[in-house]
Design a protein. Structure first.
Length: 353
């Protein structure tokens, strides 16, 4: 557990696209930020829910993906040296006598910050779990809710549960020839219809027809273990017959459940599990705490990444007087401002003759 308190000008809660763009807007105003996210990497729901699906409504990008957008935003904020704290969730937030905020995470990291920016999307994402008594003891050894390193599953008997894109992506990937090919792949879903890209469903069925993998309609209702190791999944089909399926590893893709979590206990004004804000600075009911992106609500709110980017600009300008009370904050343009060129680490563009 960390004991030293990190003193900073700004803490951003959430490393999705809006949280990353908040780093950029604060950086232009020379405000340093620490970023906290419950996930193990940047990208938020763009990476968790649709990493490779096209996004068509980002200005100047006719098409991009969640993965590509995240990578671009990370490159854009490189000049500002934000510090990321992944795999952590803010558990407590308390205002101090001097007006700063003391935050602590579930990993024991503590921050003393002048401002807070909540960019937590629809909340902290938690995987929906397979609820079988005692199964949790196999977490991260034989039971997984995401694939971080495909090589860890190569050459093994895999049972994959789910009917969405993530489940089919994993099944197809491990069933096809390649360095990460599994010894066997069994996809289990409660019925023979899927909430997934039809092309992926067709690909999966072709692999089944070629005996590269198999599909079973049913639900995992139990398991067997031997010498402390998970050995078998019990799959009950729609007729009520239970089948024993040997396995080395069990992958579960039931989707992610967003939870507002401790934010609900911080005393901020909330409406339908969203933080109410003004539309001048996107400040919450507590001065110094701002909310941007899907976590906030106000009249006319639209849950678009573009709108979240706009909110980041005004929130940064709202925070600047708190951090620099004796400084006049002026709007400058990255095309012409030599100061911003210096901040960004770029040379002033040469003017045309």
């Amino acid at each position: 557990m960390n004991t030293a308190v990190i003193e900073t000008e700004a803490v951003i809660i959430g490393a999705g696209p809006v949280g990353l763009y908040q780093v950029f807007q604060l950086g232009l105003l020379e405000i340093k930020a620490h970023v906290i996210d419950s996930l193990a990497y940047a990208g938020g729901q763009c990476i968790e829910l649709y990493p490779d699906k096209p996004i068509y409504d980002i200005p100047a990008l006719p098409a991009t993906t969640g993965r590509e957008l995240t990578a671009s935003l990370l490159r854009q904020i490189e000049p500002f040296g934000a510090t990321f704290h992944f795999g952590q969730e803010v558990s407590t937030l308390e205002k101090q006598a001097d007006g700063r905020f003391l935050l602590t995470t579930n990993k024991g990291t503590a921050f003393l910050s002048q401002t807070i920016f909540i960019a937590a999307g629809v909340g902290a994402f938690q995987p929906r779990l397979l609820r079988l008594e005692g199964l949790e003891k196999f977490d991260d050894s034989q039971l997984f809710y995401q694939v971080r390193n495909p090589a860890d599953f190569a050459g093994q008997d895999l049972v994959i549960i789910g009917g969405g894109d993530a489940a089919l992506d994993a099944a197809i990937s491990f069933a096809k020839a390649g360095p990460n090919r599994a010894k066997s792949v069994t996809l289990v879903h409660r019925r023979d219809s899927f909430q997934a890209d039809p092309a992926k469903v067709a690909d999966m069925k072709a692999l089944c027809a070629a005996h590269a993998m198999r599909f079973m309609a049913g639900q995992v209702t139990g398991y067997e273990e031997k010498a402390g190791k998970l050995t078998t999944a019990k799959v009950t089909d729609p007729e009520g017959v239970t089948h024993a399926v040997p396995l080395d590893k069990l992958l579960v893709f039931f989707g992610l459940s967003p939870k507002l979590g401790p934010i609900a206990d911080w005393g901020l004004a909330i409406e339908r599990k969203q933080l109410t804000v003004d539309t001048e600075q996107f400040s919450t009911s507590e001065p110094g705490i701002f909310a941007v992106g899907d976590i906030n609500t106000y009249p006319g709110k639209k849950k678009l990444i573009l709108c979240g980017f706009h909110e980041c600009v005004l929130a940064a300008f709202g925070a600047a007087p708190i951090i620099f009370p004796d400084k006049t904050i002026q709007l400058q343009y990255t095309t012409t401002s030599t100061k911003l060129h210096k901040v960004l680490g770029v040379e002033k563009p040469m003017s045309a003759d």
